[in-house]
Design a protein around this ligand. Structure first.
Ligand code: F6R
Length: 253
């Protein structure tokens, strides 16, 4: 059983916060939210995230597909980000992650899935191409987000502006530190292409998932603290349709 809290923000915007008892419950609730969107709109555009947090949610979506509860044949997807220098053949790439953790387990048309191309010769041109892909798809019916320990969403690191489309980022030391568990060669994890906050905020609905003690403080700051690009996730206080599903213990006072 989860705890439901509403955080009423400036202008009467209400963030819906579902506090789950554990990772498994968080994953089930999040998968249910996505599946319901696809049931209502079979050709929905799903904005997707990678990282550790969504793995359980993707597993549940695969289970739901296998049980005949949801059909992904018309769904389109657009991912948040990709490391510069990594392609589908590299198991650390986000394209490989998506193929492994979701796409290979459901009946999605792989041609309807979009992840920035980390191997593009001209990275600036790739950002422009990806921006066009996002525009052509129209706004995401739902955008899934994780949150970094520094408050990043996508790879939008703490900065001075929220106002960016798809762009190249130099990852911060904190993010590289977290990623160094994955990358032996640190240079491979130092730069990324990311959807910008502008693209994220354009989604019709946002689903932020967060798990574990290490995310509790930053999640509280993002949801209840000052709205500042220094805590990129705090921008969500300005979006009219955000659901947070967390298993960080935020709901346990
Ligand atoms: C992933 C992404 C990142 C992660 C964040 C949390 O596509 O854009 O913002 O969501 O770094 O990662 P985990 O879930 O591994 O803690």
């Amino acid at each position: 059983m989860y705890i439901l809290t509403y955080r009423v923000c400036f202008g009467g915007i209400r963030l819906k916060i579902l506090s789950a008892k554990d990772y498994s419950e968080m994953s089930s609730i999040a998968a249910e939210i996505i599946a319901n969107i696809v049931k209502e709109k079979p050709d929905a555009v799903l904005g997707l995230a990678t990282g550790n947090t969504p793995i359980g949610m993707y597993k549940k979506l695969i289970e739901m597909y296998k049980a005949g509860e949801v059909d992904f044949s018309k769904v389109k997807t657009v991912n948040l980000d990709e490391y510069v220098g990594l392609g589908a053949d590299d198991q650390n790439s986000y394209r490989a992650y998506m193929n492994k953790n979701l796409f290979s387990g459901i009946n999605i048309d792989i041609n309807n899935t979009n992840v920035p191309n980390g191997l593009a010769a001209d990275i600036e041109a790739e950002c422009k191409r990806y921006e066009d892909v996002i525009k052509r798809l129209g706004s995401q019916d739902i955008q899934v987000l994780g949150i970094g320990v520094n408050g990043h969403i996508g790879f939008n690191e703490p900065s001075i502006t929220f106002n960016k489309g798809t762009h190249v980022v130099e990852l911060t030391d904190s993010t590289i530190g977290v990623n160094s568990k994955i990358f032996k060669n640190l240079a491979a994890g130092a730069k990324a292409i990311t959807m910008g906050i502008k693209n994220i905020m354009n989604a019709k609905q946002i689903l932020l998932i967060a798990d574990g003690d290490s995310k509790k403080d930053i999640l509280r700051k993002a949801l209840y603290g000052e709205i500042t690009p220094n805590v990129p996730a705090s921008v969500l206080q300005l979006h009219p349709n955000v659901t947070v599903v967390e298993a960080c213990g935020l709901g346990i006072k």
